[in-house]
Design a protein around this ligand. Structure first.
Ligand code: BF8
Ligand code: SF4
Length: 650
């Protein structure tokens, strides 16, 4: 039997702040996901390969050489495909429910009932309304907001009509979906159908099951998530590049530290506003602090970073480590990626963990439901409580790592267009030209989570550096973006120093960094939007699968990442995974997802276990696409080789 391995702190994380806090956790005898991951290392092989079925109570059944089918007769293909479908359903549901909450907020604003929430970006509202074919001339923003919200609510509930948001994709891609009969109807209907199809005795043909997984994921990427991004931009503002800092060193030694953790921007936006309230500043001073520091963890961090420049305390696997600094007065959570361990970790310190969504309660956390009708006051109440807790900070337990890096983030498609073409000629033309000339080889979206099974951030950062050096423009979201931020790679200066000569030349000419932080995980749809702009601009094919672009999820862990991976592949973008799905128990399912999808979508999944293998595979894919487009001409290759050699002085 394999032996359990207990890894040293510097084998668990790449950045110095995390390593320091993992060491401190050991001194403080605090449990973290890192030692729990080591304890769980010898996982269940049936679960891992996807061949455990718990769908009905004749089981649970597991597939072995002696028992090749379950009690009902389901074989490995059926069981693996059904389990996979349920993962995609959960990932889709998470992002889409987030989107739904924002639609409901937009509706309230449209009804004049938004309380402290308003339309921040009128241009984004009208632009989006027009995307959905709504007439906005001579209408107030409130009227447009209400009409748009009603249309978007229909995207969730539609029983017969196909999703309207799909029409934002290139026409040729829409035809692919139509021919394959995977255009989704309402988002909610897709998720319900996943559960129906995968219950005992329904859909047993693994291909049919998996095609519905792709259909459901499209309802996420071109539905729920896209809607979440569109409305966030309308209500909270379309992001544009701004400077900030990332890592645990952003916490203040003498300030009241409040961390907002989770995903939905309604809460974090109001906390940003309330943290600037003079009354809050005065109360913090009266409590003996120099002020208040608001910082984010996980995707909510990305949301307020890209719109307000609020510093990022850390990514997903730093949520416990932030508390272990001993300097966090309050951690406020809403939904998704908030570990149930937080109150237990907090017990060893003075941190108050407050949950705010009725969807998400945790034993040991104080629950204070966020009052959307009195959002500003509700946020202020939370901050006041945090200030009150400052007196309980125990200096003997405080150790804030002196580690943080500067960054630039907030590259929405609008912002990229503006950078590329200027205010009056905003367009993707210069990017397309650079790709066609071979100065930029292609685009890579490096996205997704961290996973304590591997050394945090290592794969993400090594891969980013390797791709940038080979003239690949890298766009990022989620925790993968935070990983780059923590290395300093999100400053134009640092990234340019790593960039290959062609990419460097283009970025310097345009004034654009070679690694672009585009937002949170729902903002992966911005990557699809950017790829759609590239297609629309012309010269690089007429479908997303023609564009030299890939998606990568190096250290993924969440069901949301599975759904994202599926909608990328179904959209025609190859996806590299740093570790495989739980499908190894079915050769057919593995072959379908990793090979056959190429024929259907022009893209598939590829598993590359380390950054070196991933970089090589990505360059291969980009090269193949370039060849197909006819832009890898010998003359261009020779020119680039000469330029590369000149830049390297050889
Ligand atoms: O939604 S990247 S660990 S925080 S799931 Fe979670 Fe993964 Fe981070 Fe954002 Ni996305
Ligand atoms: Fe077993 Fe079939 Fe029930 Fe699954 S659905 S638990 S394979 S009997």
């Amino acid at each position: 039997m394999a032996e359990k391995v207990v890894r040293k702190p510097d084998e668990r994380a790449w950045d110095a702040a995390s390593v320091q806090m993992i060491e401190k956790a050991q001194v403080d005898c605090t449990d973290t996901c890192f030692n729990r991951a080591d304890a769980q290392a010898i996982g269940c092989k049936f679960g891992e390969s996807g061949v455990c079925c718990r769908i009905c109570y004749m089981g649970p059944c597991r597939i072995t050489p002696k028992t090749p089918v379950g009690v009902c007769g389901a074989d490995a293909d059926t069981i693996v495909a059904r389990n996979y479908l349920r993962e995609v359903a959960a990932g889709t549901a998470s992002h889409s429910d987030h989107g739904r909450h924002l639609v409901l907020l937009l509706k309230k604003i449209g009804q004049g009932d938004g309380g402290n929430y308003q339309i921040k970006d009128e241009a984004a509202l009208r632009r989006t309304a027009r995307l959905y074919g709504l007439e906005d001339v001579d209408k107030t923003s409130q009227q447009v907001a209400l009409e748009l919200a009603n249309v978007l609510l229909g995207e969730f509930t539609s029983q017969e009509d196909k999703l309207r948001t799909m029409q934002l994709a290139p026409l040729k891609r829409q035809a692919v979906w139509k021919n394959l009969k995977i255009e989704p109807e309402g988002i909610d209907r897709m998720v319900v159908e996943c559960l129906h199809r995968s219950t005992m005795g329904v859909d047993h043909d693994y291909r049919n099951v998996l095609m519905h997984a792709f259909r459901t994921s499209l309802a996420n990427g071109w539905g729920g998530s896209r809607i979440a991004t569109l409305i966030s931009d309308i209500v909270f503002g379309t992001p544009s590049p701004m400077r900030s800092r990332a890592n645990l060193g952003v916490l203040g030694a003498k300030t009241v530290n409040v961390i907002v953790h989770g995903h939905e921007p309604e809460l974090s936006e109001m906390l940003v506003a309330a943290s600037g309230d003079p009354e809050i500043a005065a109360l913090a001073k009266a409590a003996g602090a120099e002020g208040i520091t608001l910082a984010g963890i996980c995707c909510t961090a990305n949301e307020i970073l890209i719109r307000h420049g609020v510093p990022v305390a850390g990514s997903f696997l730093q949520q416990e480590l932030a508390i272990i600094t001993g300097a966090v007065e309050m951690m406020i959570t809403d939904v998704q990626c908030c570990m149930p361990s937080l109150p237990k970790v907090a017990k060893a310190y003075h941190t108050l963990v407050v949950s705010t969504s009725d969807l998400a309660k945790t034993i040991g956390a104080e629950h204070q439901a966020f009052d959307h009708e009195h959002a500003y006051d509700s946020a202020k109440q939370l901050l006041k409580k945090a200030i009150d807790n400052y007196k309980n900070r125990n200096p003997a337990k405080v150790a804030i790592p002196d580690v943080s890096q500067p960054l630039v983030a907030g590259f929405s498609v609008e912002a990229i267009k503006y950078m590329l073409g200027g205010k009056y000629r905003a367009s993707f033309r210069p990017l397309n030209d650079a790709i066609m000339q071979g100065r930029i080889k292609g685009l890579a979206g490096i996205v997704g989570c961290n996973n304590p099974k591997s050394k945090v951030d290592e794969y993400i950062n090594k891969l980013t550096a390797a791709l940038v050096a080979q003239n690949v423009l890298v766009v990022k979201t989620g925790c993968a973006a935070i990983a780059s931020a923590k290395t300093g790679m999100l400053t134009p200066e640092a990234a340019l120093a790593l960039a290959g000569p062609g990419l460097k030349e283009v970025c310097e000419a345009i004034g654009m960094p070679p690694v672009l932080h585009m937002g949170s995980c729902v903002d992966n749809t911005r990557i699809l939007e950017a790829a759609t702009e590239v297609v629309a601009e012309g010269g690089l094919g007429d479908d997303l699968c023609d564009v030299p672009a890939v998606g990568v999820a190096p250290e993924w862990m969440s069901e949301k990442a599975i759904s994202i991976g599926c909608y990328f592949v179904a959209s025609g973008v190859d996806v590299i995974l740093g570790h495989p799905f739980r499908i190894g128990g079915s050769e057919n399912v593995t072959k379908f997802l990793n090979e056959e999808t190429q024929k259907l979508f022009g893209a598939s999944f590829h598993v590359c276990l380390d950054a070196e293998a991933a970089a090589a595979r990505i360059m291969e894919i980009l090269d193949r696409k370039r060849e197909k487009l006819g832009i890898n001409t010998k003359a261009q290759r020779k020119l680039m080789d000469m330029k590369d050699r000149r830049a390297l002085n050889v």
